[in-house]
Design a binder for this molecule. Structure first.
Ligand code: PMV
Length: 328
């Protein structure tokens, strides 16, 4: 068999209704459905080259070879792909992010979405979008939401077979902006997998999960109607629920910095003054301010005055993962 190479690109995504907690951690079967937007302008590009001459998998990320846990995670993911293709063959992977390494933007979603598409294409596995999304989910839960484009829902599902993401609306459905406020570039002490493994220890998690379908309905409807007021209310409620669960887990987890809290307070104040802005925070201190385009200049003006703000990045609704090339 000749070496097969494919290159794919995928965007990260920001969740409006969050994923936090698994029914089965090993295959990322989530406790609740989630909803997100793909982030245009930010992307991971990954080339996978399978070659019968290779004796092991290797990974180069942003120009540097990766060993240890990072490499093992990718090898385990490729084992799923090899099983699907029924081929015993190793690969060389080269991946790069166009967003600065350590910018505080989670790259595992775009990384595993791009890897799923490139590796299956290189082995000529033609997976449907749901099957590709299920495969990406095995690498990182939120990666399943970076396979379809635009505004995306991950249905929790009952089993591995029906836990995948699909597009609710295309990117041009609504001109929302995500203004990402970078406050810290360091890698977080507790990654999302370890953090969400504690979710069940919080007395608030059960209620958060029980009410998730209601928040999903509400968010879907707000997106459908492009109703910013309703959207803002449910996005902030959902983010606060997740951080409340984190902070009441045993041991407690706190991802927010004082500057994060200050910005969240400012966002509430600006909305009370009539600005179309709201905020959501993932498992880290950086703030994603979601807003309508006319708010960007005002927000940049306000935020650039704060000494804690290291960088501001604007993202618009992006498309799904796409194949850039396949060569034999
Ligand atoms: O898929 P993971 O392990 O990167 O977890 C994502 C967790 C959050 O970003 C905090 C929430 C989400 O739904 O994206």
């Amino acid at each position: 068999m000749s070496a097969l190479t494919a290159t794919a690109l995928a965007h990260p995504n920001i969740a409006f209704i969050k994923y936090w907690g698994n029914r089965d951690q090993s295959i990322h079967l989530p406790q609740n459905g989630s909803l997100s937007m793909c982030l245009d302008g930010l992307y991971t590009t990954t080339t996978v080259r399978f070659d019968p001459q290779l004796t092991a998998d290797s990974l180069v990320l942003d120009g540097s070879p990766v060993q240890g846990a990072g490499l093992v995670r990718v090898q385990q993911f490729l084992d799923h792909v090899r099983r699907l293709a029924e081929k015993d063959i190793y690969a060389q992977i080269e991946s790069s992010n166009n967003f600065p390494a350590g910018a505080g933007i989670a790259s595992s979603a775009s990384a595993f979405a791009a890897l799923a598409l490139a590796s299956t294409s290189a082995l000529d596995l033609q997976l449907s979008e749901p099957d590709l999304s299920r495969l990406a989910r095995l690498g990182s839960g939120s990666a399943c939401r970076s396979i379809p484009g635009g505004f995306v829902e991950w249905q929790a599902g009952e089993t591995d077979l029906d836990s995948y993401a699909f597009s609710l609306f295309p990117p041009d459905h609504w001109e929302l902006l995500d203004l990402i406020v970078i406050l810290d570039r360091a890698h977080k002490a507790t990654g999302s997998a370890a953090g969400m493994a504690l979710a069940h220890t919080s007395p608030l998690q059960k209620q958060r999960v029980t009410e998730a379908p209601m928040r999903l309905d509400f968010c879907r409807q707000a997106l459908l109607e492009r109703d910013f007021t309703s959207f803002a209310a449910v996005v902030e409620l959902d983010s606060n629920w997740m951080h409340a669960v984190m902070q009441t887990s045993a041991p407690p987890l706190k991802y927010l910095l004082p500057a994060t809290e200050d910005i969240l307070d400012s966002v509430l104040g600006w909305r009370a003054e009539g600005h179309s802005v709201c905020a959501t925070v993932d498992a880290g201190p950086n703030v994603h301010i979601l807003c309508l385009p006319q708010e960007e200049a005002f927000l940049r003006q306000e935020l650039s005055q704060l000494p804690e703000v290291l960088e501001l990045i604007t993202a618009t609704p992006g498309g799904g993962a796409r194949l850039l090339s396949v060569t034999a």
